[in-house]
Design a protein around this ligand. Structure first.
Ligand SMILES: *Cc1c(COP(=O)(O)O)cnc(C)c1O
Length: 396
């Protein structure tokens, strides 16, 4: 998850209002941010302001026509039967698992190089997380390792798998869905970083039993506050999520199940409807920037992101790897280029989820080496040039 440290004081300041400094004076140059939700707002300011005003004047602030409209439009964009809009992405993972029947005593397989939210959602159901190694090339769940683990353990408590489509690239879902079916596992996709990622043209969020999205402001589709959704093709399961998001109510004041409150508000829904109309163009801009980075950085002693055959990357993050990660990060920071690190500490090494028995060398090495170069649709060509020049300068 992109946290506050990616949005330091002054983050998102309108750079158009700042005096343009010469590139020779990097210390005074405007900051280039790893993600820039304010720039995204400014790029659609009039429409967003109009949408906000429409909601303010409607008198309807929770679960109304904007939420319904967003659910319909997002389902259509994704190509699924239904969407249930929720308060955030963590709830989306948790409620999707609960709707699919996962609970206390069960085990759920995922990876450890994800945001702790993936694992906190699993543990919130009462289930336990079990980690599988990543493929060191893509840094995504190694489906071969998953298959080997399931075959070796033969543990009937393992009921589900949560593939995390990290950085904007999808896990090998054709392989994963075959393995999951052979072992009777429910697949719940974590699509928080994968709005628009695809394999063979089929989008992330259309492969699992259900899929969870986050609309945190820095995601490829971001609200101006929190938001999330569960999507899928199984209308009966989606109805369970719908009940869980509001006190277990199908009918007002009748709780059919122990649900809770995880509603998306009308302001965020209206903002997301505006943002959704820009998503494909924004993803194209991300891909253009990524292609320029790939081209210009290829001679450097740096591991560049690898896109597997047949996959459409939505470039949520442009992640390079180097054992000199901290040196490079500080070098760039001094030149006002702020990078992200997703994620410096794997979940099984976090204080709250520490599991000394787990050994995941590929995962641990990736977490020690990853660095996200700035990549968002608000970057100008000059910003991209500056990043490329300063990264090259570090190795010169
Ligand atoms: C952002 C994110 C989440 C959590 O979403 P929130 O909306 O912040 O709750 C879960 N998984 C991944 C991979 C994420 O990037």
């Amino acid at each position: 998850m992109e946290t506050e440290d990616q949005h330091p004081a002054g983050a998102g300041q309108d750079r158009r209002l700042l005096p343009q400094r010469a590139a020779a004076l990097p210390v005074n140059s405007p900051k280039i941010l790893p993600a820039d939700p304010k720039a995204a707002y400014l790029a659609a300011q009039a429409e967003t302001d109009a949408a906000i005003r429409r909601v303010l004047l409607s008198g309807h602030y929770i679960l109304g026509p904007e939420g319904d409209g967003f659910e319909r439009e997002f389902s259509q964009w994704l190509g699924v039967a239904g969407t249930v809009a929720l308060a955030n992405g963590t709830d989306a993972i948790e409620l999707a698992l609960r709707a699919a029947g996962i609970g206390p005593g069960d085990k759920v397989v995922t990876v450890a190089n994800t945001v702790t939210a993936t694992v906190s959602a699993i543990t919130a159901t009462g289930a336990r997380a079990v980690y599988v190694e990543i493929d060191p090339a893509t840094m995504l769940m190694d489906v071969g390792a998953l298959e080997a683990m399931l075959t070796t353990l033969r543990d009937p408590k393992i009921k589900a798998v949560v593939p995390v489509h990290l950085y904007g690239q999808m896990v090998d879902m054709p392989h994963l869905t075959t393995v999951a079916a052979a072992h009777n596992l429910t697949v719940i996709e974590d699509c928080a970083q994968a709005h628009g990622a695809a394999i063979g043209g089929r989008k992330a969020g259309t492969w699992g039993r259900l899929a969870a999205f986050s609309f945190y402001p820095t995601k490829n589709l971001g609200a101006l506050g929190d938001g999330g959704a569960v999507c899928g093709g199984d209308v009966a399961l989606l109805e369970q999520v719908r009940l869980l998001r509001q006190y277990g109510w199908r009918k007002r004041y009748v709780s059919e199940m122990p649900g809770r409150n995880s509603r998306l508000d009308e302001l965020q829904a209206a903002i997301l409807r505006v943002r959704l109309t820009k998503l494909d163009a924004d993803n194209l801009r991300r891909a253009t920037i990524a292609a320029r980075y790939l081209e210009s950085l290829k001679g450097l002693p740096l591991v560049l992101p690898v896109t597997a055959e047949g996959r459409t990357h939505c470039w949520h993050q442009f992640v390079v790897r180097t054992p000199r990660r901290e040196e490079l990060r500080i070098h760039l920071e001094k030149r006002h280029i702020l990078c992200g690190v997703l994620y410096p500490v794997p979940v099984h090494r976090q204080p709250a989820y520490h599991d000394a028995a787990q050994s995941l060398p590929h995962t641990e090495q990736a977490c020690a080496e990853v660095l996200s170069l700035p990549l968002h649709p608000g970057l100008t060509d000059a910003d991209v040039e500056r990043v490329m020049r300063e990264v090259s300068g570090f190795f010169a």
